[in-house]
Design a protein around this ligand. Structure first.
Ligand code: GLN
Length: 192
């Protein structure tokens, strides 16, 4: 059975756990470097990227996590989790982050909490559109050549993959559709 870790600092942790259990995975809340050795992949949940980034630094987990991801540990960053993976954040050069994915993101570019919305996305490789919840979501402004765009919304990429790294502007865990979790846990984490 696959064990998928969820970075256990802050944000939509329980919702990801529920999705992963629904598709038959074990889950582990990742709090220390030791936990990284016990998992087949890790989800970085949505929440507040500034506080998650700071706590990753303070706790000493930032470097071990960066090393594990560089070495190929599959990762799925959703919303704030995507911001943590991005190499560039527009206007925020100094924000603490993992910074491994060749994307530039703009935080809160889809508006405030009140502008939150749900939409259906056509995702490459999936026969049916998948539901996506956008909450103070980051927009991907540009991607490097190695980055594969799996879904776009209004001509901006919103779901991208670079090797072992998958990132979404939105929250798949707040829908009743577990297809992206299934893709992450069984295809991406299984193929590497
Ligand atoms: N706006 C948040 C940030 O910048 C992300 C919001 C979310 O994860 N839903 O970190």
């Amino acid at each position: 059975m696959k064990t998928i870790g969820i970075l256990g600092i802050q944000g939509a942790i329980e919702e990801h756990e529920a999705m992963l259990r629904k598709i038959g995975c074990k889950t582990l809340r990742v709090a220390t470097a030791k936990d990284l050795g016990k998992i087949n992949g890790i989800i970085l949940p949505g929440g507040e990227s500034t506080s998650i980034g700071k706590q990753l630094e303070w706790s000493g987990l930032m470097n071990p996590l960066r090393q594990a991801l560089s070495a190929g540990l599959p990762v799925f960053g959703t919303c704030a989790g995507m911001i943590l993976l991005a190499k560039e954040i527009e206007g925020k050069k100094s924000q603490n982050r993992i910074g491994l994915m060749d994307i530039t993101v703009k935080r809160n570019a889809y508006g405030s909490q009140l502008d939150s919305f749900v939409t259906d996305l056509n995702v490459s490789g999936f026969p049916e559109p998948l539901p996506a919840v956008f909450i103070r979501a980051p927009r991907i402004e540009s991607c490097g050549e190695e980055v594969e765009i799996l879904a776009s919304y209004k001509s901006h990429p919103v779901l991208v993959r670079e090797r072992n790294m998958l990132a979404a502007s939105f929250h798949p865990e707040l829908t009743d559709c577990a297809e992206l979790h299934r893709y992450f846990a069984f295809q991406l984490s299984g193929s590497l």
